[in-house]
Design a protein around this ligand. Structure first.
Ligand code: AMP
Length: 219
């Protein structure tokens, strides 16, 4: 099994690179953000609880997100997982380690995607995704070929996230620095941390991640 965490601030490109890894390596993407948005859109009890928290840019409780991941790890059979946007706190990191150990698995690499803070606002404020296939676009750097139509699946359901605005982003960054960035030290200490330059173009970042994974395998 290959289990990877993509770590980085909002807008670092975690989701985009996770999708590449799904395509190229046949791993399964586990994005707690996507799971929470689904719960919100389908109007479940949990979805109602998290909606305001997410709109503000605050973190949802550890209990909720650990529960979501635990369920996926139990239900989904895969040759490996890409954790995208999880863990985001030290308690979540501890819980993930315990869950993997319990099933006889381990982490292979934690990939820190380093991006200059000034680039994040621009990246986030221009981004939109296809509601049907999940392809990620950007007004300036990766527009669709035909306005309003997804290049990959032809759907017209292009969406912008409610929390991709300047105010929420400020809070999401604050949460990242207060609660998530300590994970860089945590995974450095466990020996699992690798860093890549997330500012380069999508193919180059994918190449660096590929190199890290090949290196991690030889450990
Ligand atoms: P994302 O799509 O990863 O940017 O996540 C969107 C929002 O979902 C975040 O701003 C949080 O409110 C919530 N969220 C996603 N993953 C987590 C997590 N691991 N822990 C706490 N909250 C999360």
């Amino acid at each position: 099994m290959t289990n990877i965490i993509l770590l980085g601030p909002p807008g670092a490109g975690k989701g985009t690179q996770a999708r590449r890894l799904v395509e190229e390596r046949g791993l399964v993407q586990l994005s707690t953000g996507d799971m929470l948005r689904e719960a919100k859109d389908s109007g479940t009890e949990m979805g109602k609880v998290v909606a305001d928290v997410m709109a503000r840019g605050d973190l949802v409780t550890d209990e909720i997100v650990i529960g979501l991941i635990e369920e996926k790890l139990r239900m989904v059979k895969a040759k490996g997982f890409i954790f995208d946007g999880f863990p985001r706190t030290l308690a979540q990191a501890d819980a993930l380690g315990a869950l993997l150990r319990r099933s006889g698995n381990q982490l292979d690499a934690v990939i820190e995607m380093q991006v200059d803070d000034n680039a994040l606002v621009e990246r986030i404020s221009g981004r939109f995704t296809c509601g049907n296939c999940g392809e990620v676009y950007h007004d300036k750097t990766k527009p669709t070929a035909r306005a309003g139509v997804c290049d990959v699946c032809g759907s017209g359901d292009l969406r912008r996230r409610a929390d991709d605005n300047a105010e929420s982003l400020k809070q999401r960054l604050m949460e990242y620095y207060k609660k998530t960035s300590p994970l860089i030290g945590y995974y450095y200490a466990t020996g699992d941390l690798f860093s890549v330059d997330g500012l380069r173009d999508i193919d180059e970042v994918a190449q660096s991640i590929g190199n890290v994974l090949d290196q991690a395998k030889r450990h």
